[in-house]
Ligand binder design. Structure first.
Ligand code: SAM
Length: 283
């Protein structure tokens, strides 16, 4: 009997393998190669262009930490923009906040959404059908450069900087995000695993510091992303957001009444305490 393995080539010197217990879908969209399979440890696994995007068992860590940290730090976020995020997991977390009046999701590849609704409903649940959801099929950079809308929180839930996601790591994109952030708005970004992708993190934070008065990163460990903790970029002109006292975060979390399995106000605050090697990368 032959066993199939999915092999993720992360960097020239590192490959990770996950057993394909059941292949559910494999195909090519206009923008990228998609594969979905079942794995004993991670449940359903989605990979685009050979890189794991989300898994059924650990998605809550990534989505909770990238959604609730900026929303609860902001304290009054009503308009949310998600760039990428076609699996719907980020949308589901954002919509847990009753105070959010609209969540706009700008995804370049319509097939990721269609496919996630069919095969990853345990991740997106009913998020795409929520009346507060506005789904736009477009390149994220075009949207932030042209929209008249102003957003309280922008969440960049992108692929890595390869293929269509490359533009979402450019100075041009970050400057356009700043253009459509409301005053006191917060921008957060997916910035990969610093141990392996340090240059990507350094470049993002360097640019964000040129644009915003407060720019740093915070971290969370997501088991499906190999190489240690992940970094999330953080940028705002409202310095007090990051300094929100624990008691205030707790009061907002209780008032929001969101159910979480990873996020808590204490985890939120601790996530900004950076290990020395990461602090050095963004110094
Ligand atoms: N959690 C994931 C990770 O860390 O790798 C990201 C998941 S989400 C599926 C990433 C989405 O970004 C993909 O569906 C992809 O199609 C979308 N995307 C890539 N480039 C984009 C662009 N320029 N504009 C909008 N969406 C983009």
């Amino acid at each position: 009997m032959t066993t199939d393995w999915f092999e993720e080539t992360l960097h020239s010197g590192l490959r990770a393998r996950l057993r394909i217990d059941k292949l559910l879908y494999e195909g090519k969209s206009e923008h990228q190669h998609l594969i979905l399979f079942e794995n004993k440890e991670f449940g359903r696994v989605l990979a685009l262009n050979g890189v794991i995007q989300t898994t059924e068992r650990d998605e809550f860590i990534y989505h909770e930490m990238l959604a609730h940290v900026p929303i609860l730090a902001h304290g009054a976020a009503r308009e949310i923009l998600i760039i990428g995020g076609g699996d719907g997991g980020m949308l589901k977390e954002v919509l847990k906040h009753n105070t959010v009046s609209r969540a706009t999701l700008v995804e370049i590849d319509a097939s990721v959404i269609a496919f996630s609704k069919e095969y990853l409903s345990m991740i997106c649940e009913e998020a795409f059908d929520d009346p507060r959801t506005d789904t736009v099929i477009a390149d994220g950079v075009d949207h932030v450069e042209t929209t008249d809308q102003r957003y309280d929180v922008i969440i960049v839930d992108s692929t890595d900087p390869i293929g269509p996601g490359e533009v979402l790591f450019t100075d041009r994109f970050y400057a356009a995000c700043k253009r459509c952030l409301a005053s006191n708005g917060v921008l957060v970004t997916q910035n990969g695993v610093p141990f392996l992708q340090g240059e990507e993190l350094t470049n993002t934070i360097t640019t964000l510091r040129q644009l915003f008065s407060d720019a740093t990163c915070y971290t969370a460990t997501v088991p499906g992303y190999v190489g240690g903790c992940m970094a999330f970029g953080w940028a705002t002109d409202n310095k007090s957001s990051r300094a929100t006292p624990l008691a205030e975060l707790e009061a907002r979390y209780i008032a929001a009444d969101v159910k979480t399995r990873c996020y808590s106000p204490a985890v939120h605050q601790a996530a900004f305490a950076l290990p020395g090697y990461i602090a050095e990368m963004i110094a």
